[in-house]
Design a binder for this molecule. Structure first.
Ligand SMILES: [Zn+2]
Length: 146
């Protein structure tokens, strides 16, 4: 992965927060759609630092030096990583990660943990009891933590 030294944030990174886009398998939600959606919500750009589409492609979104907009109350000391999907066809929360996404996600998180060894990996819903979301629809803490 190309992550250059100038990309390293001066702020302390304590959390790697995993998200899903909350879209269905039949809905293609590429990085441009994601951008449009976040601009419409009033963000300056995509709120996540990384976005992994269904084909396993890693999209560098917000530079790591910039504070993200992905987890209220936790943005200052975290990075946000999102995968495309997270809902089944009926719109229920589901772990829809493709093998390519699983592989890329593990790679990205492994890389970030080497850069920020003090960071913990959590899913969005694992940030606290007041996060009323299923995002990212799997137990990221168990899968990538410790
Ligand atoms: Zn989320």
């Amino acid at each position: 992965m190309d992550m250059e030294a100038k990309e390293y944030p001066a702020r302390e990174i304590k959390l790697l927060v995993v998200h899903c886009s909350a879209t269905r398998p039949s809905q293609s939600f590429g990085v441009e759609q994601l951008r449009r959606c976040h601009l419409e919500r009033g963000f300056s750009d995509i709120g996540y630092h990384f976005y992994i589409t269904r084909d396993g492609t890693l999209h560098h979104c917000r530079p790591m030096v910039q504070v993200g907009a992905h987890a209220r109350g936790f943005n200052l000391h975290s990075l946000g990583i999102c995968y495309e999907g997270g809902l089944d066809e009926a719109g229920r929360p589901a772990d829809t990660r493709t093998p390519a996404q699983r592989q890329r996600l593990a790679e990205v998180i492994g890389h970030l943990l080497r850069l920020f060894p003090q960071a913990r990996v959590v899913g969005h819903y694992q940030l606290g009891p007041d996060v009323h979301k299923a995002c990212p629809c799997f137990d990221a803490q168990a899968e990538y933590g410790e």
